[in-house]
Unconditional design. Structure first.
Length: 302
């Protein structure tokens, strides 16, 4: 397999492997991340997400395969992996000052800009050890974007946060992407939240990348259902099955894999047969439904 080369690609990996003795933590993963993506990296605990991220950031060495940053200029990378690493007795500003020295950042306004961007400009001399979890995560983001990275890697950035904290992190990531064109790889097990952010997805299971797809492709692949409860389920099943509909009974409701536009037709059919609907609505699979179904079926097309 040849590595894909395109001006739009920021990063590609080709059959990347990391093993520990006989265990394949990352098993021949070939991934493509385009410039401007918010790439949602999905997988259960132990699936290989964090190991893969550690390979990208060169915290660990690969066994085989390649990591290729396809760009005309050098790519700057920022990352927050398994929580921010800060000095507990230093303030947000002093932590940033320390890291700015390490990065040779001489712009005197940069620290104030970053603190304002993540909403920590009013924390004063409050030490990091007294920060809330949400504040700590925002300072971690501040450290990661201090040097204006082209590519930002975030490993479970909203893990353990309350709803307000999750929204704050989401808004920061969206602003980085839309205002500065920052490409973001974000892993999370909170799939409803990830679906509000991601433009593309990669699903990893047991070390293998089993699926890559765009947001629009996900929407096309998600199943649409009509859910109904009727006055006579047996007759309803017989009538609709006879007309070619795939009807299944699950507990007290009937489900059909049909689009929302089919609802008026079904409603009239049942009304004409003197069958009354006690409940009738449309449901669409979300990212979590799609992911669980994909893993259950063991599907891989990558």
């Amino acid at each position: 397999m040849n590595t894909i080369v395109s001006e739009n690609i920021l990063l590609s990996t080709n059959k990347l492997v990391k093993t520990y003795k006989d265990y394949h933590a990352v098993n021949e993963v070939s991934m493509t991340i385009n410039k401007g993506d918010i790439y949602g990296f999905i997988g259960q605990n132990g699936s290989g997400k964090t190991t893969f991220i550690r390979l990208l950031t060169q915290l660990i060495e690969k066994n085989s395969g390649s990591i290729n940053y396809v760009a005309k200029e050098q790519i700057k990378i920022g990352a927050v992996i398994e929580g921010p690493v800060c000095y507990p007795y230093l303030s947000a500003r002093d932590n940033l000052k320390y890291y700015a020295i390490q990065m040779n950042i001489n712009d005197k306004n940069r620290i104030s800009e970053v603190l304002e961007f993540v909403g920590l400009e009013d924390t004063g001399k409050k030490p990091f050890s007294n920060f809330s979890l949400g504040m700590k995560q925002r300072l971690g983001l501040a450290l990661a974007i201090l040097d204006n990275p082209d590519f930002l890697i975030l490993d479970e950035p909203v893990n353990g946060l309350d709803p307000q904290g999750i929204v704050e992190i989401r808004k920061i990531i969206q602003r980085l992407n839309t205002e500065f064109g920052t490409t973001v790889l974000i892993s999370s097990h909170i799939l409803t939240e990830l679906s509000m952010l991601a433009t593309r997805y990669g699903i990893i299971n047991e070390g293998r990348l089993v699926k890559e797809l765009t947001k629009s492709e996900l929407e096309q692949e998600c199943e649409h259902y009509i859910i109904l409860e009727t006055s006579d389920d047996k007759r309803t099943i017989d009538i609709l099955t006879g007309l070619g509909y795939d009807v299944k009974k699950n507990q007290d409701v009937l489900t059909l894999k049909e689009e929302n536009s089919t609802m008026p037709k079904i409603s009239k059919l049942l009304f004409d047969q003197a069958i009354y609907m006690l409940n009738f609505y449309h449901k669409e699979e979300n990212l979590e439904d799609y992911y669980l179904d994909l893993i259950d079926r063991g599907v891989s097309d990558v």
